[in-house]
Ligand binder design. Structure first.
Ligand SMILES: [Fe+2]
Ligand SMILES: [Fe+2]
Length: 333
């Protein structure tokens, strides 16, 4: 649509016309971003902005639906009816988040089938945190507290993202994520305050295993993050990885004290001068190993996801057949 000016003159001339026209459009786009304006689906945007958003929003959508898998494994083993109802509602919320986000990605011109193909063929990434095992019921509480907690820290700034359909989807998602964080913390609090010694030990063991991977959820340090600077320039990302990670540590260290668990970092210490907690070095080799497909559950998660897609084929076929029948009946009426 925005390349209409190309339809004149010989090839070189067309190229020049396009460059000028695009340069103008890009200048207008940049000015709008600088003014804090929002970009809607039909607005002109640079190709790189579009591609960055499709990559980020689809990775986010994939993370929501892959994140349902480790929790789904515990739905039949929840200790009480109340905890089972909460867990089922949370898993359903995550499915909904995936749907809002796939819909937001589709507004950028990539179909849901293409996005899911990329996930199922292993080309697309999702959050590495979901490639870790959930070994006990305490892991489900810790996922709510730490994983959903880290997700909220990451995602609240996205409600101010420059791409409006993504920002709007994030408003609702963040509201639901805060319930996820609280239900996780609440279930751990019950185990720590009223549980047996074995249950308390189970919580501590889960915290020990999830703490470092949770810190890795904020991504590599800004100095090594390839996408960060451009995303900040375009208002897709509002706060850097290091600042978000620090914010998360500061909030969580205090929650851990109330909970009565220790965090597995001997260097974690309040620094009065900085007004923040200091913390020990993160093992980024583990992060890159898991991102590269060699985490404890990468193959298992992808296989479970592909199986769910294949097993659900008859549901999609039936829904499409029903929709066709409805529209035929409407036309006939
Ligand atoms: Fe979610
Ligand atoms: Fe969540």
């Amino acid at each position: 649509m925005y390349t209409q000016a190309m339809d004149v003159g010989p090839r070189e001339e067309r190229k020049a016309v396009r460059s000028t026209a695009e340069a103008e459009l890009e200048a207008r786009f940049d000015a709008r971003i600088d003014d804090g304006g929002l970009i809607e689906a039909k607005d002109w945007m640079p190709d790189h902005y579009r591609k960055t958003l499709v990559r980020q929003i689809s990775q986010h959508a994939h993370s929501e639906i892959v994140g349902m898998l480790p929790e789904g494994n515990w739905a039949t083993r929840a200790p009480t009816l109340k905890r089972k109802a909460i867990l089922l509602a949370k898993i359903q919320d995550e499915g909904g988040h995936g749907l809002y986000l796939y819909a937001a990605a589709e507004t950028l011109g990539t179909s849901r089938d293409q996005l899911l193909d990329a996930l199922h063929s292993g080309k697309a990434k999702y959050s590495s945190i979901f490639n870790y095992s959930t070994l006990s019921w305490a892991d489900i509480g810790v996922i709510g507290w730490l994983v959903d907690g880290a997700a909220i820290m990451n995602q609240v700034p996205l409600t101010r993202c420059s791409y409006a359909p993504y920002a709007r989807a994030m408003v609702r998602i963040c509201r639901e994520e805060s319930f996820h964080q609280r239900q996780g913390y609440d279930s751990l609090l019950v185990m720590m305050q009223k549980g047996t010694d074995a249950q308390k030990a189970m919580v501590q063991d889960a915290v020990n295993r999830w703490w470092w991977p949770s810190l890795m959820m904020f991504g590599p340090p800004d100095s090594e993050s390839t996408h960060s600077a451009t995303s900040m320039r375009w208002g897709i990302k509002r706060i850097g990885n290091d600042d978000l990670r620090q914010k998360f540590i500061d909030a969580t260290a205090q929650q851990a004290q109330v909970l009565g668990v220790s965090l597995p970092d001997p260097l974690l210490k309040w620094n009065e001068a900085r007004g923040h907690y200091d913390f020990g070095p993160i093992d980024w080799s583990e992060f890159w190993r898991v991102v590269g497909g060699h985490g404890p559950c990468n193959a298992e998660r992808l296989a479970a996801r592909v199986k769910a897609w294949d097993d659900g084929a008859w549901v999609r076929d039936a829904a499409l057949a029903h929709a066709r029948k409805q529209s035929t009946q409407k036309e006939a009426a």
